[in-house]
Design a protein. Structure first.
Length: 145
């Protein structure tokens, strides 16, 4: 059974589910920073996914990056899977702007996270509701993994 790593639970807000992945919002208002977590138990590396799941994750990642680039007027999209701190496989999809606090450096550890207000989260959810397809299911913020 799929369960979300405790650190991801602590540091993110649940947005919803693509066919394979749970979409999370990193609770850091410095950047629109999204995380896709394949709902598969015991997976820490991309190559551990089946070929079908690898393809699905890539489709979800590239679709999300494209709609976020357009919706948030990104100067650059950062897409990465590292797993050095949280071993559960997860894909970062981060909207970058040339005037963000970390530009042009990577976002990791550059500045302290600034938690979102409830109003900011609601605005992001509303923005996403306009661009995410019927293959996406929005979940309540307090949804269990």
């Amino acid at each position: 059974m799929f369960s979300l790593d405790s650190r991801l639970q602590h540091d993110t807000l649940v947005i919803g589910d693509f066919p394979l992945s749970r979409l999370l919002l990193s609770n850091d208002a410095n950047y629109p920073w999204f995380i896709l977590v394949p709902r598969r138990e015991g997976i820490s590396e991309l190559f551990q996914l089946s070929d079908t799941d690898q393809f699905q994750l890539w489709q979800e990642t590239t679709f999300l990056a494209q709609v976020l680039k357009d919706s948030f007027a990104a100067d650059k999209m950062n897409v990465a899977t590292l797993g050095n701190v949280v071993s559960q496989l997860h894909m970062h999809v981060i909207v970058r702007h040339k005037d963000d606090v970390a530009w042009p450096a990577p976002v990791w550890g550059k500045v302290a996270a600034q938690p979102y207000t409830d109003e900011q989260v609601m605005a992001i959810r509303q923005r996403l509701q306009q661009v995410l397809t019927a293959d996406f299911v929005f979940l309540e913020a307090d949804h269990d993994a």
